[in-house]
Design a protein around this ligand. Structure first.
Ligand SMILES: Nc1ncnc2c1ncn2[C@@H]1O[C@H](COP(=O)(O)OP(=O)(O)OP(=O)(O)O)[C@@H](O)[C@H]1O
Length: 357
């Protein structure tokens, strides 16, 4: 059960050549610099534009096979789409925009309309025309409309990038809930690391129309050979093993044989799963553990690679058990510590520097 594609397409100055097999559930984040072909790939998948050549199979059903001259029209693909701009029908009220979705309702996820209206706080807006709504309100309607068309696959192209914090949080929470209670695979284009962190369980990195990396976000983040936004951020998943209510802290264990990472600001319940993110600039290095320090985390790590980052600064890729941890240090620190590949070290991290959700 998955989405399998091998597609080639070109414009005058751009070529897309992508082969992928994506999971048939969960959120796959499509990540990459501007102009690398993310939106083009979504359009080809949706069938809005036919790819010059290639094949697309969704759950064993063929949507395009250029060799067999097979082509399935967008409507028959049961795809829901949400773009950066809401693209509502301007002459229809919110209610009628939502009703319109029902016309194409097919074989996919069945959600209760009233529940969705309440959840997305659309009740007071139902009689209004799209032009009278804010961007965030329009986007909430767009998501409801896409979901009420009962899609089997949801394609989302930077759906939150133009929204205020409150609308972002509302939509993010709904997408998380959808994943927990319904089986609706989502392909999600974003530039935002926090959205990947919150939503994605799979990730594809595109560059200049090609796939350069693919896998679990925890694997792709912090890798020395990846995009700057990913390179400078570690992503770790762990389980809370201790809750300190007095100091509002939690200890998160990322693997049985590793010491926990202390995080501040929230006392998560013991047993809960937490995603941690950490910026390379917040990781310091020491040859020995320190005594008498405010640092709550001194983690045993090993140097995996030493590279120069995009600004010419030293970047140390560290292994923390199976996890990746990048550290950004100065040239002077690099010389003083005489770092080399395979060297054991201590990564020093303030508990307040670790973001978590
Ligand atoms: N209809 C078109 N005609 C010609 N060139 C196009 C067309 N659509 C896209 N392109 C080109 O294809 C390339 C990829 O565009 P695309 O919109 O897929 O990138 P993207 O990764 O989604 O970028 P962004 O993050 O900025 O939205 C760009 O160089 C763009 O100029």
């Amino acid at each position: 059960m998955s989405l399998e594609l091998a597609l080639y397409h070109d414009y005058r100055r751009f070529e897309l050549d992508v082969s992928l097999t994506l999971p048939g559930s969960g959120v796959t984040a499509l990540f990459g610099p501007s102009g690398c072909g993310k939106s083009t790939l979504l359009r080809l998948l949706a069938g809005i534009e036919p790819a010059r050549r290639g094949r697309v199979f969704f759950e064993g059903e063929c949507w395009q096979d250029s060799e067999a001259a097979l082509w399935v029209a967008p409507r028959q693909r049961d795809i829901g789409m949400v773009f950066q701009d809401a693209r509502l029908f301007p002459h229809l009220s919110v209610q009628d925009n939502l009703r319109f979705a029902g016309r194409y309702a097919r074989r996919g996820v069945a959600l209760d309309e009233q529940h969705l209206i309440e959840r997305l706080q659309l009740e007071p807006l139902l009689s209004q025309l799209p032009a009278t709504l804010s961007g965030g309100q329009q986007q909430r309607v767009a998501l409801a409309r896409a979901l009420l068309s009962r899609p089997r696959l949801l394609l989302m192209d930077e759906p939150l990038s133009a929204l205020d914090q409150a609308s972002r949080q509302l939509l993010l929470a709904l997408i998380v809930d959808l994943q927990q209670h319904h089986r609706l695979p989502i392909l999600y284009v974003t530039h935002a690391v926090d959205e990947v962190l919150r939503l994605a369980n799979h990730m594809v990195q595109l560059e200049a129309g090609r796939v350069v990396a693919e896998g679990a976000p925890t694997e792709l983040f912090g890798r020395p050979d990846t995009a700057p936004a990913l390179e400078d951020c570690a992503l770790l998943k762990g389980e809370v093993i201790e809750q300190d209510l007095t100091d509002t802290m939690s200890a998160v264990r990322c693997a049985p044989d590793l010491p926990p990472i202390w995080i501040a600001g929230t006392a998560h319940p013991v047993g809960s799963t937490v995603m941690l993110s950490l910026q390379a600039r917040d990781v310091a290095l020491s040859l020995h553990p320190l005594a008498g320090t405010s640092l709550q985390n001194q983690l045993p790590v090993q140097v995996e690679a030493i590279t120069m980052d995009h600004h010419g600064g030293p970047r140390i890729a560290l292994r923390f058990g199976e996890h990746r941890l990048p550290a950004m240090i100065s040239h002077r620190a690099l010389a003083q510590l005489q770092l080399h590949t395979g060297m054991p070290l201590w990564a020093l991290i303030k508990s307040v520097a670790v973001e978590h959700q």
